[in-house]
Design a protein around this ligand. Sequence first.
Ligand code: FES
Length: 172
Amino acid sequence: MRETLDKTRATATGLAAATEVLEKNQYDPSRLIPILEQIQEKLNYLSKETITFVADALRLPPARVYGVATFYARFALNPKGKHIIRLCDGTACHVKKSRDILEKLYEKLGLSDEKRTTDDLLFTIELVSCLGACGLAPVMVVDGEVHGQSTPQFAEEVVDKIIAEEAKGGRE
Ligand code: FES
């Protein structure tokens, strides 16, 4: 029962945020991509409900909106963690053993290639191709901050630090 209530509340909040973005964009279907981007910025991902809602509001077939959301890698269809760890697996980083860092993060956070977000929604790991900083390989980006010459040990320390800060009451 409690779970249903929470879900209803979350959906209502999500739809209110989507409505605000739609209004700001004057319900213009030609602005579908920026609309989806702005909604994702607010909600962190695009749920099935949000996609259907946007399609209805713009009078577009849901399959079209869904098609756009799945075509562009920048759209997330599942919730992401509060902290995003992007690990580069481009050639230069791969050669410098970025995979060892990834394995350490997977082990530490109980994640895998199939499951990249922790159940508590604290962390998401994203594997990306070249970040354009090959001279710093292997590179990881934690909440937008670039860390070059990373190691599995450093990755573990970063995660521990975030967990400790979250335990103290959160990190912005
Ligand atoms: S390959 Fe990793 S930054 Fe270029």
